[in-house]
Design a protein. Structure first.
Length: 195
């Protein structure tokens, strides 16, 4: 299918995640079209390893999974794009070209889902939930997102760990997040910290 495009060359194939990593090291392709469901090592772990060991090679994930958890797991693994297995061949070629040119690519259905997910978290009737945070809560948010422990945050802010926990509980309630991972994702989206 890709050979018919004229400007995309298939340089290798792999049946497992481990084999994919070996082939990428040997062939140094511009882009890897990665399946998530593979034996020995799944596509998510293979994507992480390829991005770490061969950073010039970009990964475009081809998968049947389009639910929220998979989308974030794929993005967190370092993929430059995400396309559904049911996509038309023209969309696949467009996705490969986009990633090659340095852009990210998301299937329209995934992009729509991410926009809706972002809008549901970012907006509320009283304005931005971030604006509702006190200065101390914002400080705790930043320090938690940077990976500091409650004890370390308490030391940095010259307060007790119990006070830090109180700030953290209130800011999580205001932001509508339930754990540290969601807090970090929120901080990344708001550019409070950078990835």
């Amino acid at each position: 299918m890709l050979a018919l495009t004229g400007d995309i060359e298939l340089v290798g194939e792999a049946a497992t995640g481990v084999e994919a990593i070996q082939r990428v090291k040997e062939l140094q392709p511009n882009i890897v079209l990665m399946d998530i469901s593979m034996p020995v090592m799944d596509g998510l772990e293979a994507t992480r390893r390829i991005r770490r060991e061969c950073p010039r090679t970009k990964v475009l994930v081809l998968t049947q999974y389009e639910d929220r958890d998979w989308v974030f797991r794929i993005i967190d693994a370092g993929a430059s794009g995400f396309i559904s297995k049911v996509a038309a061949s023209s969309e696949l070629a467009s996705a490969i070209r986009s990633v090659f040119l340095g852009d990210s690519y998301l299937s329209p259905s995934v992009a729509k889902f991410l926009v809706e997910d972002y809008q549901s978290k970012a907006g509320d009737s009283s304005g931005s939930s971030y604006e509702q945070l006190t200065e101390r809560e914002r400080q705790v948010l930043k320090l938690v997102a940077e990976g500091h422990s409650t004890k370390k945050i308490a030391e940095l802010m010259f307060v007790s760990p119990k006070t830090v926990e109180g700030h953290k509980t209130r800011l999580m309630a205001k932001l509508g997040v339930h754990d540290r991972v969601e807090l970090v994702k929120y901080a990344l989206r708001r550019r409070i910290i950078t990835g």
